[in-house]
Design a protein around this ligand. Structure first.
Ligand code: PLP
Length: 393
């Protein structure tokens, strides 16, 4: 470790991946672990997308791809932005990457200077703060609570802004809270941002389609925001294509150009076969994936009804994504089966070791009172997991 860079030594291991690794370890040791820690749909990739990938292999797509993605894919992305988000992005404004995670890392490396502050409404997706720090930025967490559905208010945003603020990063629907910002709420944030011209926004919309209330709004579409927003999206969640690794951005052309320059030096263009398959995914009507969204909604309703029967779990109703984020701070200071619970990490570990259920501590998402439970699992697994949790708390 002494010979490793300060950069890597200063970085946290992804808490969700760490929990998954611990769960795997216990499973290998013979324990019957139910994994509700990962943000990964448990569906197969739809057949029409798989067919496209098979065709691409037979058509000998094999060579390096253009750094910013195949033109045909960028055209499909432009059509998707227009159709779903009312956003007009030209091909020079779109960059395809190896997952939205890489899209985010590209943006951080291209936009953030040493010491620049990045506002993160908390809870936020686990990797934001470490990606920002890697680029030399300073995450500025704005705590929200279950009382405001884990959403940041314009007043909170205003209070967090300093002359050093360079960006705001957020996801809607939100991982981990499932919260969805409405048009009016985004307009409220935009009003504040208009007073501070130096601030750019990363709008992470990867859960766009997994929305149970409808009316997804892109902040780039709010008056005055188009030229200062990087819209991030991808196919991992709605199309169950996590392992195929395709994400993308729509952004002002000068930002897209910088991201292409950066990506061209670190990874080059994304996987050829996955890009071809993504064309079919994005061109398909949303009705083709509706069965997965409907299933997620059924499971959300199920897990909420089961968790409500457990004393000490304080819940709101997530409107999208596939997580619940209960406030479990009522357990802090209590001793369960000889284990004293001091914080959310203790609680998550207690559930893993005593109920054999893997969840993730809210601390990883910047909220120390909650845990995140993914309901991307079968109804049977969810019922069993929650009944085990109930038994040990
Ligand atoms: N953004 C959010 C909010 C996510 O939850 C995830 C995945 O968990 C990602 C981005 C990364 O997605 P990808 O698989 O496209 O890298």
């Amino acid at each position: 470790k002494a010979f490793l860079s300060d950069r890597i030594n200063g970085m946290a291991t992804s808490a969700t991946l760490a929990m998954a690794a611990k769960a795997r370890e216990l499973r290998n040791a013979g324990k019957d672990i139910i994994g509700l820690s990962l943000g990964e749909p448990d569906f197969n990739i739809p057949e029409f997308i798989k067919e496209e990938a098979k065709t691409a292999i037979d058509q000998n797509y094999r060579a390096y791809t253009p750094v910013d993605g195949y033109a045909e894919l960028k055209e499909a992305i432009a059509r998707k932005f227009k159709r779903d988000n009312g956003l007009a992005y030209g091909l020079d404004q779109i960059v395809v990457s190896t997952g939205a995670k890489q899209s985010l890392a590209n943006v951080a490396m291209c936009m953030i200077n040493e010491g620049d502050e990045v506002v993160l409404p908390a809870p936020y997706w686990v990797s934001y703060s470490d990606i920002v720090k890697l680029a030399g930025g300073v995450p500025v967490e704005v705590p929200t609570s279950i009382d405001t559905d884990f959403k940041m208010t314009p007043e909170q945003l205003e209070a967090a802004i300093t002359p050093k603020t360079k960006m705001l990063w957020f996801s809607s629907p939100c991982n981990p809270s499932g919260s969805v910002y409405s048009q009016a709420e985004l307009e409220g944030l935009a009003e504040v941002l208009k007073k501070h011209e130096q601030i750019f926004v990363v709008s992470d919309e990867i859960y766009e389609h997994i929305n149970f209330v409808g009316g997804h709004v892109s902040i780039a579409n709010v008056d005055g925001m188009y030229d200062r927003t990087i819209t991030v999206n991808g196919v991992s969640k709605a199309f169950a294509m996590t392992g195929w690794r395709i994400g993308f951005i729509g952004a002002p052309a000068w930002i897209a150009k910088a991201c292409t320059k950066f990506q061209g030096q670190v990874t080059s263009g994304a996987n050829a076969i996955a890009q071809r398959a993504t064309i079919a995914a994005l061109d398909a009507p949303v009705s083709k994936i509706q069965y997965m969204i409907d299933e997620f909604q059924k499971r959300r309703d199920l897990i909420l009804s089961l968790l409500k029967e457990i004393d000490g779990f304080y819940l709101n109703v997530p409107e999208g994504a596939f997580y619940v984020f209960p406030d479990i701070s009522s357990f802090f200071g209590k001793t369960l089966k000889g284990t004293t619970i001091n914080n959310a990490s203790d609680f998550a570990l207690y559930l893993l070791e005593n109920a054999n259920v893997a969840t993730v501590t809210g601390e990883a998402f910047g909220n120390p009172n909650c845990i995140r439970i993914s309901y991307a699992a079968s109804e049977e697994q969810l019922r069993e997991a929650i009944s085990r949790i109930k038994a040990v708390v």
